[in-house]
Every structure is written in structure tokens, then in C-alpha cells.
Ligand binder design. Structure first.
Ligand SMILES: [Zn+2]
Length: 245
């Protein structure tokens, strides 16, 4: 082999090894997840890694989430197609997910797949999946609304109005929860949960579902079209509601 070819070969090997080390969690997941043990429950299939600590509790875990799933179908009036399976990958905790290159938890709506922690709330990721069936996959592309509705129906016992009051009024600031600014704020999910709950309780679930299950308009246009008010007006209404509570 010529000297030049040898150098190219060494460079290629170094690049491949570096990529492997850089992404070793992702590579580990990609190479192993298909052979992980799993259980089935109704239309759920739940995979867990070899170092999973809660396999004994997995049937109960699945049952609790299936009950929530059925409630969510009722809440959002979704007819779930019988043949559609929801695939879960469940990990011990954040750390365990990171070992596999995953930043938990999240849901991939197109493939009905959920990546989650053992003690993540029962509802959050399932809301992302169920709401994808509202109107053939059309949904408003808004972080505030998508995360807000998932928080609102996460089936935890947290009071998001109270949490929002605490973080908004203790620091006495006005936050921008709209558009790309939503993800900038540390407590955005609490604000989103409370704001969406306010919209639903004040203007009805029917109105919310119409507003949410369309992608013809962007976030700010949608507020005007469906609520007849701009986002700033709705924000102020929500803050006033929190102040009154
Ligand atoms: Zn989410």
C-alpha cells in the first residue's frame, strides 16, 4: 500500500472511532434495542434495557398507563385504530437514558413511540401520541400549546396554577411564553400547563380542539382566528385569572 493510501486509511479509521466514541450511547441503543426484553399489554409493547431495575413492576406500570390512555381517548374524543400499537422504551432514570444517547422523555408522533423514565408522569408523552389522531395528524405547531396540553393532562397531582403563580409573581416578571421564546424559560412547562387549562376552562374544550387540530395558521394567527383575541390579550387574561385565584 502506498504511503498516501495508508495515511488516508488511518484518517478514516480515526474518524470512525471518534464518531463511535462520540455517539457511543446512540450506537449502543441502535445496536441493541431490537433484542431487549419486552412485555405486551393491550396495544402497548414495552421494551426495557438489560440493566432495567423495575421489570417486576412492569405489568402494573403498563396497566396504569393504559388506563390513562383510555381516559385521554375520552378527553380528546379520539377513536383509536385497533391495529395501532404504541411502542415504549422505558429506562430507570435520566442517567440510564443518557447511557443510550437519549434525552428523556419524548414521543415520536409519526411512529407512536415513547421514550420514557420509570417515574415519568403517566400522561405527558401519551398526550403527544393521542392528540396526533385528532384530525389526521394536523395540529397547531406551537410549543406552548403542545407542551401545555401534555402538562395539563400529565395525570400528576401538581397544581400548575399554583406553580405558575409562585414563579411569576415571586419574581414579579412578565414572561414571553409564545413562539420560540417558550423553550427559553425554565418554568415554561408549568406556565404552558396553566395557560392551556385556562383556555379550556374559560372557552371550552370544543373551542380548544378546533384551535389545536389544525395547522393552516401559525400560533399568533390561530389565537385571533379561534379566540378572537391576540396572544397578548389572552396572556393578560390568564395573568389576571392567576392574580384573582
Ligand atoms: Zn412534551
Amino acid at each position: 500500500m502506498k504511503r498516501k493510501s495508508k495515511i488516508v486509511l488511518v484518517i478514516i479509521i480515526v474518524i470512525i472511532v471518534s464518531l463511535f466514541i462520540w455517539n457511543r450511547g446512540t450506537v449502543k441503543f441502535a445496536l441493541t434495542h431490537k433484542s431487549w426484553d419486552n412485555i405486551s399489554y393491550e396495544n402497548f409493547i414495552i421494551y426495557y434495557p438489560p440493566d432495567y431495575q423495575y421489570s417486576e413492576e412492569l405489568n402494573t406500570w403498563a396497566k396504569e398507563r393504559y388506563l390513562v390512555f383510555c381516559e385521554l381517548l375520552d378527553v380528546f374524543r379520539v377513536e383509536w385504530p385497533d391495529e395501532k400499537v404504541i411502542t415504549f422504551y422505558v429506562f430507570n432514570d435520566f442517567e440510564n437514558g443518557r447511557d443510550y444517547g437519549l434525552k428523556l422523555g419524548f414521543a415520536l408522533r409519526r411512529t407512536n413511540t415513547i421514550y420514557t423514565r420509570y417515574n415519568q408522569t403517566r400522561g405527558h408523552e401519551l398526550v403527544h401520541i393521542v392528540t396526533n389522531y385528532l384530525n389526521s395528524g394536523h395540529f397547531l405547531h406551537s410549543s406552548l400549546i403542545n407542551e401545555g396540553i401534555a402538562v395539563c393532562y400529565d395525570f400528576s397531582d401538581r397544581d400548575f396554577d399554583e406553580l405558575s403563580r409562585f414563579y411569576l409573581f415571586n419574581d414579579d416578571y412578565e414572561v414571553d411564553i409564545f413562539g420560540d421564546n417558550f423553550r427559553e424559560h425554565q418554568y415554561a412547562y408549568y406556565f404552558g400547563g396553566s395557560f392551556v387549562k385556562y383556555l379550556i376552562n374559560t372557552y371550552s374544550m370544543d373551542k380548544f380542539l378546533e384551535f389545536y387540530s389544525q395547522d393552516g395558521l401559525d400560533e399568533s394567527e390561530s389565537f385571533i382566528e379561534y379566540y378572537g383575541k391576540d396572544q397578548k390579550t389572552l396572556y393578560n387574561e390568564w395573568v389576571n385569572y392567576l392574580k384573582g385565584g
